[in-house]
Design a protein around this ligand. Structure first.
Ligand code: NAG
Ligand code: NAG
Ligand code: NAG
Ligand code: NAG
Ligand code: NAG
Ligand code: NAG
Ligand code: NAG
Length: 851
């Protein structure tokens, strides 16, 4: 197979393929091949529209949560229908049957976690039929990630991975026709700018979503600004991070009165004129009113209607039979001069019409957080909800990266042990696939690989023990064993280091007291909604019992504020960051009040109501108290309405200093007073917030029958402004990709210093601005590599500059034969990529910095 080498990103054409100029780009090694053009297919598979009419695009769809009220398995099989009637396998069976009955019909499918299962269990003749439906554009994939990711609490590296898994499955199964052109986040509760940036870099042409702030929606409807161009990065050169964005008219539901699923009770179309309850004229009349009214809040003569909702189409005949009739009877009125044309459509067919309209679109440069659906209903509690799970997800992501890297190094370098084979083939893909659904299960497979790789690379083959409950601070081995050895693989540097740790670092006080404040919440505070009862926090304790410990390695002050809140303030000898290790819980509820526990840092920094939070762990956005850059906010919740997601860091600054807080998981926070920054650490609530879950957020578990105890770390740095980013960027990366600690029991006679091999996968350290985001086995002959430039355009004098990396000299055990560049989700070769171009309206796109 001939190896061709397309131009890598930013290369100056000097003939050295392996020298890359990196300016926030991502790339891959691999073989090169050709793909059929998808735009050709679009032109023929979309139904014709009528230029002089209002064209109504009906989009049949189902929204299948990859776990919510039921587990993924229960949703797939339709088990426990007493909790919620939902069975995804029947939906796909039924839709495929119904699509075959009438070739005008269309359907879109979104969640690959479900589709993949279904696909595996089909006969080859059904698979053939489905391929045909896909090739003809009758079944269209949108989004195409393993799931529809949350946008507030996710870290970009995990989002890229889950999209890559789903999109790779689609490409391998359906080729170019299976590639989604449109991304579809109809349910997430607020939208992150970094998500839009990633989607643009994945090559999507457009983005549709359903939820935004109620005041913002009202304004956008008035101004016909529900379709816009989102410029999602202030560092990438436009149009690289430009994403056309459409806000759907009814969330993701059908218009009122037009829900024909078995889960709905709207009247069917009764079209026998001989029968008394004939209702065609009513239905058509009502539909025309809705369509015409919807057209007044959108710009073109095309509008979209989402015909479906949660877990609908299990009996797809109900929907399609009525939609067929609706289309027939509405369009029949055209003979009498009516100017409405209804058609089966898909988001990409609709998007194509918007693109053809050749208009200019309002530009947006900020994001869609926080999301409020009413004056006192801010969805900002979920930024922090289930803090232990949020940490577990973060650790799992880090472990997965380690696992991927070790497979590459272990396999290529040392031809590792037999167990390895068990996890290198389909199973490995399965581990990665399962990751989004079953973190723990996936990790079981991964640890075999990690153990074998570490054994081979370090030359130490004793049994390795992992401390998986470090998320809740329990590690049986380090507590019971007198002597243990710690082997660390650092995914940042590719270094394996081995040491006998200083006792202090691993000893727990088991827990009490922290510098948290306690905000009483009222009934509606819940898993989603944050609603403190008063805007003044209740201080748990102004004094703390303290203990001071000093060693040559670390100094720490342990503080106990209450039996359930404690904190260790720690400073390592070689670090400029101050560590606050907090322990909170069980949050007392004997007063029958739920509580939201925050920690607040008060400083003399002159913030003038500005503060900064990151977007999915990557770029940082400016925030201002009681203010939205693009519209006149009427603030109705002084605390909850000023909370934003913090995935990895938040900071406050003035002209001189910057205080940055780096978090170890996603949390919510804000700056309510000048000079102050607060972060919600944990909450325990006794009431349900009426958003569907049906139970209060009151976490207890086997180890914590009185309520969950959570521990975490915040890293604080106070830096003079010009060097602040040079501090917090590496600090936050280190926090996300933590070294994987494994422990090995030694006999008490073992010497303290053993001869152990050390291994480094990298020949030299990467330039400080460059971060190795992904290194994983792609197929037999190639690995997927993502390198990222981790600085924003103007945040560091030195580090924001473009840099060159020599791939040939990067890895100790990989020989680089060639490089082929792909888009961010690795499902499209870069030189075959072509996105729609969109023109922003002049004078729109307010900069965040303008107050
Ligand atoms: C789009 O509009 C611009 C002017 O607004 C015009 O110059 C251009 O030719 C149009 N393109 C197409 C394809 O109609
Ligand atoms: C902590 O991690 C363990 C696995 O290591 C997991 O089983 C457990 O559910 C996690 N705890 C919480 C509260 O998420
Ligand atoms: C909430 O605040 C109101 C008035 O500020 C007070 O009367 C009420 O008792 C508080 N409720 C709770 C649950 O703290
Ligand atoms: C804190 O916890 C320790 C150990 O569990 C306990 O001995 C101590 O009494 C607690 N202190 C307070 C103030 O509750
Ligand atoms: C914060 O500072 C700004 C100006 O520096 C001032 O206008 C504003 O009133 C202050 N806000 C509060 C809540 O004190
Ligand atoms: C997509 O899949 C086809 C086979 O279906 C393969 O030839 C092509 O290289 C894949 N593209 C990418 C970007 O992996
Ligand atoms: C990381 C990367 O190369 N992304 C590219 C993916 O494709 C889009 C569309 O062509 C490009 O704009 C991105 O640069």
């Amino acid at each position: 197979s001939a190896l061709q080498l397309p131009q890598p990103c930013g290369r100056q054409g000097d003939g050295h393929v392996t020298h890359l100029n990196i300016n926030r780009c991502h790339m891959i090694f691999g073989l090169f091949s050709n793909m059929a053009g998808r735009s050709q297919q679009l032109a023929t598979s979309c139904h014709a529209t009528k230029p002089g009419m209002l064209n109504v695009h009906l989009v049949p769809h189902t929204h299948d949560d990859v776990g919510w009220l039921k587990t993924v398995d229960q949703y797939y099989y339709g088990d426990r229908n007493d909790i919620q009637h939902a069975g995804v396998q029947y939906i796909l069976d039924s839709v495929v049957d119904q699509l075959l009955k009438n070739q005008d019909r269309r359907f879109i499918y979104v969640e690959m976690a479900f589709f993949y299962r279904w696909w595996k269990s089909q006969s080859s003749s059904v698979q053939q039929t489905v391929k045909q439906l896909v090739n003809e554009g009758r079944l269209e994939f949108v989004n195409g990630g393993w799931c529809m990711s949350d946008e507030a609490a996710t870290h970009y590296s995990a989002v890229i991975d889950q999209m890559t898994i789903g999109l790779r499955f689609l490409n391998e199964t359906f080729g170019a026709f299976g590639r989604p052109r449109v991304t579809w986040h109809i349910d997430p509760f607020g939208h992150a700018r970094e998500h839009a940036s990633m989607f643009a870099q994945m090559g999507f042409d457009g983005f549709f979503f359903g939820r935004l702030d109620y005041q913002d929606r009202a304004r956008r409807m008035r101004n016909k600004e529900q379709e816009l161009l989102w410029r999602a990065s202030d560092s990438l050169t436009p149009p690289m991070a430009d994403l056309f964005t459409g806000i759907l008219p009814n969330g993701y539901n059908p218009p009122e009165g037009f829900c024909w699923d078995q889960l709905c009770s709207d009247p069917p179309i009764r079209d026998d004129p001989d029968l008394e309850d004939y209702n065609v004229d009513d239905v058509v009349g009502c539909f025309l009113v809705i369509a015409n009214s919807q057209s007044t809040v959108y710009k073109t003569n095309h509008i979209i209607m989402t015909m479906g909702s949660d877990f609908q189409y299990e009996n797809a005949n109900l929907w399609y039979k009525n939609l067929d009739k609706l289309i027939h009877y509405v369009n029949a009125r055209q003979a009498n001069g009516n100017k409405v044309n209804v058609l089966y459509s898909t988001p990409s067919c609709y998007l194509q019409e918007l693109h053809r309209a050749n208009l200019t679109w309002p530009l947006k440069t900020d994001d869609f957080f926080p999301y409020a659906d009413d004056a006192h209903d801010f969805w900002t509690g979920y930024f922090t909800s289930r803090p232990a799970l949020k940490r577990y997800e973060r650790i799992s992501n880090s472990n997965l990266q380690t696992c991927n890297q070790l497979e590459v190094f272990g396999e290529k370098a040392m031809a590792v042990a037999q167990h390895h084979d068990a996890v290198s083939g389909t199973e490995k893909q399965h581990v990665a696939n399962d990751y989004a659904r079953k973190l723990a299960n996936g990790w079981q497979h991964c640890r075999v690989l990690v153990s074998n790789s570490l054994a081979a690379l370090s030359g130490l083959s004793a049994e390795r023990i992992y401390c998986e409950n470090l998320n809740v601070s329990v590690c049986p081995l380090t507590e019971s064993s007198k002597k243990f050895l710690q082997v660390t693989f650092d995914p940042e540097t590719g270094l394996i280091s081995i040491e006998l740790p200083n006792d202090v670092l691993l000893k727990r006080p088991r827990y009490n007291a922290s510098a948290g404040n306690n905000v009483e919440s009222r009934q509606p505070s819940g898993a989603y909604i944050f609603r403190p009862n008063s805007s003044t926090p209740f201080i748990i304790s102004r004094t703390a019992k303290t203990e001071i410990i000093k060693t040559s390695v670390v100094q720490e002050v342990r503080q106990w504020f209450a039996p359930w809140v404690s904190q260790v303030v720690r400073l390592y000898a070689d670090s400029r960051a101050l560590e606050l290790e907090w322990t909170v819980g069980p949050v007392p509820i004997d007063d029958s009040l739920g509580k939201e526990v925050i920690t607040r840092l008060d400083t003399s920094i002159k913030t003038s109501e500005y503060f900064y939070t990151d977007s999915n762990g990557r770029e940082v956005l400016q925030r201002k108290k009681d203010f939205w850059p693009t519209w006149n906010l009427k603030q109705s919740e002084p605390i909850a309405g000023n909370y934003y997601p913090i995935n990895s860091r938040a900071y406050i600054k003035d002209d001189v200093d910057q205080l940055t807080v780096v978090t170890d998981r996603s949390q919510g926070g804000g700056s309510i007073q000048n000079g102050s920054l607060e972060i919600m650490l944990h909450h325990r609530l006794l009431h349900y917030d009426f958003r569907g879950v049906g139970e209060p957020l009151n976490e207890i578990s086997g180890i914590f029958p009185d309520g969950l105890v959570v521990r975490g770390r915040l890293l604080l740095t106070l830096d003079p402004l010009p060097t602040a980013a040079d501090m917090h960027r590496p600090l936050a990366e280190g926090m996300v990709l933590q070294p994987l600690l494994t422990f090995t029991c030694l006999s008490t006679h073992s010497p303290n210093h053993m001869h152990i091999r050390t291994f480094s996968g990298l020949l030299a350290a990467l330039p400080p601005a460059v971060h190795l985001l992904t290194l994983s086995q792609w197929d037999e002959d190639s690995v997927l590599l993502r390198l990222e430039h981790q600085y924003q355009s103007s945040e560091s004098k030195v580090s924001s500059q473009a840099v060159t990396v020599n791939l040939q000299k990067l890895f100790s055990t990989l020989e680089v034969l060639g490089v082929a560049e792909l888009n961010l989700s690795a499902n499209q070769w870069k030189d075959e990529m072509k996105r729609f171009d969109w023109t922003p309206e002049k004078g729109t796109g307010h900069q965040c910095c303008v107050s």
